[in-house]
Write a protein that binds this ligand. Structure first.
Ligand code: ASP
Length: 441
């Protein structure tokens, strides 16, 4: 029998209605054997996420403020779920343990992890699956780095003993201790990926409240088309530029194990969602562009120096200055005697003048200019490299929309064309590019 690992996000386990959908999805396929759950999320716009309330409990305790009412919110939420699904889990007893640990001064990670812990206990009971705690199975070194191989071995060993199981997402323990350590926020996605790797799943289904990735941000483009298949490397480019549905670190464990990730929608299980896999066929009949994403607020410093080309080590010196400022760069497009450095504004913060002074002093350019309001847009698609006229189509669309291009770059892998436009033109540029490639066969 095949094996599927499923991860359900907070909205899929938020209340009885959502839990019923979740249960139906799991039971509709007997190969859906291992289920990872998040803590209950929002049921409506102004509702609280349980993890946020738990972090707030910690903050209150740190500042010697009362936190009983906050813990009560958590308890009430789990009690309501337990009652509506007819669970035998003793929520009150579990909450007493948490309260006791809080009095003893437990860590923020421990408190935050209890949302996933209780959620998994309830879902396991509701499904009639075994509950398998990830404490002691997902392990971190003392610096907080995931011990991938050890985690893989421990999970594989334990899960071999359970045909069907529910596991809490988001946390594990420091190696050789029972001290809880959480991943960063949204980390249940990573738990799902490491579980998928451990049981060598055929697919890792990540169930959320959207039907996968869209070709462009729906806040900018009206009704963008869904992306059915995307390669890992395309996703990496798009998520770097701000498109996100999945925790970045969740991709790696699935990718090394060769397991495709399928993003699915709990509220629309009939939608195929997005399949993320190693590669996909690019050729006639397939999309040229897979997706478009971008971010605002970059700055570009352009340096011109007569006979720059003949000077040895010019770019190395630029990089050394950036390193001194502990500032990373996004792109360094270069001409014959000029070079530009593109930096995220947030990376340089209030030190821009200082950086320019360092460039001035150490590089002695003939002229230097800084443009501070640039947005970067990435147009990504494996299908671009074997087609002619892709850039022409993109640039004419931008020209027709009256967008001035401040910078452009196409990597030699040719899966990505990046354009820099003024912040004010960002939305118009994305709409124009989308318009040029939406019907992109
Ligand atoms: N509950 C955690 C969070 O809100 C982890 C997760 O849901 O993935 O960040």
């Amino acid at each position: 029998m095949g094996v599927k690992v499923l991860k359900f996000g907070g909205s899929s386990v938020a209340d009885r209605i959502q839990l019923n959908k979740t249960k139906e999805i799991i039971l509709s396929d007997p190969t859906r054997r291992y289920v990872v759950v998040s803590a209950p999320g929002k049921r409506f716009e102004t509702d609280n996420k349980i993890t946020d309330v738990l972090y707030l409990c910690h903050t209150h305790r740190e500042h010697n403020l009362p936190y009983d009412q906050l813990l009560q919110v958590v308890e009430d939420r789990f009690l309501a779920v337990a009652a509506t699904i007819g669970s035998k889990v003793d929520v009150i007893a579990e909450m007493e343990v948490i309260q006791e640990k809080m009095k003893q001064g437990c860590s923020a990670d421990y408190i935050a992890s209890r949302g996933e812990y209780l959620s998994a206990l309830l879902v396991a009971d509701f499904m009639g699956f075994d509950f398998v705690d990830t404490a002691g199975l997902i392990v971190f070194d003392e610096g907080g780095r995931l011990l991938e191989e050890e985690t893989n071995r421990k999970l594989a060993e334990e899960l071999a003993k359970h045909e069907y199981a529910v596991l809490p997402g988001f946390y594990g323990t420091y190696e050789g201790t029972d001290e809880i350590k959480t991943f960063s926020r949204g980390g249940s996605d990573i738990t799902g990926a490491v579980v998928a790797r451990a049981v060598q799943a055929d697919v890792y289904e990540n169930w959320t409240d959207v039907s996968g990735f869209l070709m462009a941000d729906p806040r900018i483009v009206e009704n963008p088309k869904p992306i059915h298949i995307i390669a890992y490397k395309e996703l990496r480019e798009l998520s770097y530029m701000g498109a996100s549905v999945l925790h970045e670190d969740a991709i790696y464990p699935a990718r090394v194990a060769g397991i495709p990730i399928n993003i699915r929608n709990t509220n629309k299980p009939e939608d195929p969602g997005t399949l993320i896999q190693e590669d996909h066929e690019a050729g006639p009949g397939t999309n040229i562009v897979t997706g478009i994403a971008g971010k605002k607020d970059f700055l570009v410093i352009s340096l011109y120096k007569n006979r720059m080309k003949a000077e040895r080590g010019f770019i190395r010196r630029i990089l050394a200055i950036l390193e001194d400022f502990n500032c990373s760069f996004e792109h360094i497009p270069a001409g014959i005697d000029n070079v530009s450095v593109v930096i995220a504004k947030s990376d340089i913060g209030g030190r821009l003048k200082e950086l320019m002074r360092a460039f001035e002093k150490q590089l002695e350019p003939d002229s230097m200019e800084c443009f501070t309001d640039m947005a970067l847009i990435a147009t990504v698609g494996i299908g671009m490299n074997r087609r002619q006229g892709v850039s022409a189509r993109l640039f004419s669309a931008l020209a027709d929309a009256g967008v001035n291009i401040r910078m452009m770059e196409q990597g030699s892998s040719e899966i990505n064309i990046i354009v820099g436009v003024e912040n004010k033109d960002f939305e118009a540029a994305i709409r124009a590019i989308y318009g040029a490639f939406a019907e992109n066969i």
